[in-house]
Structure formats: structure tokens, C-alpha cells
Design a protein around this ligand. Structure first.
Ligand code: ZN
Length: 302
């Protein structure tokens, strides 16, 4: 009897140890109580769907209280790195819509974003808020150069990290055009709008950005949030924002392209991703000195 209970005790201890090890592996070290892994939702890009109910009838399939974090306009040598550290601490993966010009200037940050497991989409070369007023050829060149710049930055990265560049695109200022969405669609690149923003491009304090993000998310319940990784006020509020959202029962979800969609996007003859040898960074810099692109959005949102 005594021997049996000792044996049972050993089994219980062994089971407990195994469970504890399992829990440790699956728990976020910097944010105990939450998972180490971010749930990934794969979305098709074939045919170029446009996602985000702020502008489009269709959006990404999320459960109640699931939020996708997206960061636009970077990479930025200060704020982007701070944001990456905060996301790591809380074990949250996000999507970054990068401006090609900045990707060419800071290729090491592009590689860092990919190495830390985030998905990268693009946001044109110079962030023209009036892309829809460009000629079609000029606008297409803006979009293509944005993809090429990120591709060039990732050229020296491990294959797994290069795959982080997704056929995902967001229009600067969300100023889309039907002709460009169609053109992107022929290349199997999905367009992303959002469900909510946080006004972090406006001259407001970080506490106000946080307040507006929480308020706007609560009013819809689930969806894609637009933030800007170029803004110190966004980096300032991010940790506390994540903690509060989680306390309120929200969870964060990462979007990724369906693998077959990505392969199809890369196989198009004039593909925007993965089809051409990336140009050297020197080749894709503006031929003449270009003024710092204005990233102050002129649309109502950004
Ligand atoms: Zn932008």
C-alpha cells in the first residue's frame, strides 16, 4: 500500500513536472498568463481581395475580440526598434506596411522586423497621399518600387525571413483607386484597409492615442488596427495598450498570406514579389536627390 502510494506520488510529480514544462514553453516569458505564440490567420490574396470594413465589404476572418496590429510608414531607426522590443516582450506578432524609401535607407531594420517573425507588406515607395491622381503607369511604378525596396533589403536575409514579405499592400492615406486595386489583383496582391485607427499621426499625446485605440476597438469589437511605427507616441503607449486590451479579454492575431496565394503572386510574369532578382539598394535610390517624403497624411484617417 505504502509502496503503491509512493509510486502514485512519483507519477503525480512526474506529470506535474511535464505539465509545468509544457506551460513554460507555451507561456510568454515577458507577459505570464498569455500565450507565447500569436494565433495566425491565413488569408487568400489570389485575385487581389480588398480587406477591411472601413472601406470594403469584405474583411479578414476574426473571432470576437480578436485584433490585428498593423504598423505603417516605417521602418524608423528609433520607434520601429522600440516597437519590436515591446511586441517581443508581450509575444505579439504584427504586420508592417513599409515605405520603400525608408526600407532602402534602413535595410537592417527591415531584416530585423522579418527576423522577429512579423509579416511585411508595402505602402509604396514615397508615400504619395494622392496616388489616385497619378497616371496609372506612375502609380504602378510607385507601388512596384515599394515592393522592390523591401525585397532588396531582405535579399541577404535567410530564406525563411525573405518569406515574411507578403503580397499585402496598403494605399497611403487609404486613398485607393479601382484601377489600381484591379492591377494589384491581377498580381494576386491583397489590399488592406482597416476597421479602426488611433489617430497616432495627429499631434496628440500617447495617452490619448491609447485611449482612442481602445475606444475605437471597443466600438467594433474585432478587426484590423492601423498604427504608425514612425511615431514615438505610439511606441510610448504600446505596452500599456497591449496589457489593457488583454485585461479586457482581447487577443492579438497575426495575418499571413495563404502559402498557395503567395506562390501564385510570385509566379505572375511581372510579379510584385519574389519573381525578380532584387535590385541592389544603390540602384533603387532616387536618381536625383529626393526631398524627405512627407508622411503627414492628408486624409481623414492617415
Ligand atoms: Zn501611411
Amino acid at each position: 500500500m505504502g509502496r503503491i502510494s509512493t509510486l502514485a506520488g512519483i507519477v503525480v510529480v512526474a506529470l506535474f513536472a511535464a505539465t509545468a514544462a509544457y506551460a513554460n514553453e507555451n507561456t510568454c516569458p515577458g507577459d505570464p498568463g498569455y500565450a507565447a505564440e500569436t494565433r495566425v490567420v491565413t488569408v487568400p490574396t489570389t485575385g487581389g481581395p480588398a480587406y477591411g470594413n472601413m472601406q470594403y465589404p469584405q474583411t479578414v476572418p476574426l473571432g470576437p475580440k480578436e485584433v490585428v496590429l498593423t504598423f505603417d510608414d516605417g521602418p524608423d531607426p528609433e520607434s520601429t526598434l522600440r516597437i519590436l522590443d515591446t511586441l517581443d516582450r508581450h509575444c505579439v506578432k504584427a504586420t508592417f506596411f513599409m515605405v520603400g524609401y525608408y526600407a532602402a535607407r534602413h535595410p537592417e531594420i527591415v531584416r530585423e522586423v522579418a527576423a522577429r517573425g512579423h509579416i511585411i507588406g508595402t505602402h509604396t515607395w514615397l508615400h504619395p497621399n494622392s496616388l489616385r491622381s497619378y497616371s496609372l503607369a506612375q502609380a504602378q511604378r510607385e507601388i512596384r518600387r515599394g515592393f522592390e525596396a523591401v525585397e532588396a533589403a531582405l535579399a541577404s536575409a535567410p530564406a525563411e525571413d525573405r518569406q515574411r514579405l507578403a503580397p499585402f499592400f496598403r494605399f497611403p492615406g487609404l486613398n485607393d483607386s479601382a484601377a489600381l486595386i484591379r492591377w494589384l489583383g491581377e498580381r494576386h496582391v491583397a489590399t488592406f484597409s482597416c476597421e479602426f485607427g488611433a489617430d497616432d499621426w495627429k499631434p496628440i499625446g500617447s495617452a490619448e492615442v491609447r485611449r482612442r485605440a481602445i475606444r475605437n476597438i471597443a466600438s467594433v469589437g474585432r478587426g484590423i488596427l492601423i498604427l504608425h511605427d514612425t511615431k514615438p507616441r505610439t511606441a510610448d503607449m504600446l505596452s500599456s495598450f497591449i496589457v489593457t486590451m488583454r485585461e479586457q479579454g482581447y487577443s492579438f492575431v497575426q495575418l499571413a498570406p495563404e502559402p498557395e496565394s503567395r506562390i501564385r503572386a510570385a509566379a505572375v510574369s511581372d510579379a510584385l514579389i519574389g519573381a525578380v532578382e532584387p535590385l541592389a539598394v544603390a540602384d533603387i535610390r532616387p536618381a536625383t536627390a529626393v526631398a524627405e517624403p512627407s508622411l503627414e497624411p492628408d486624409a481623414a484617417l492617415h
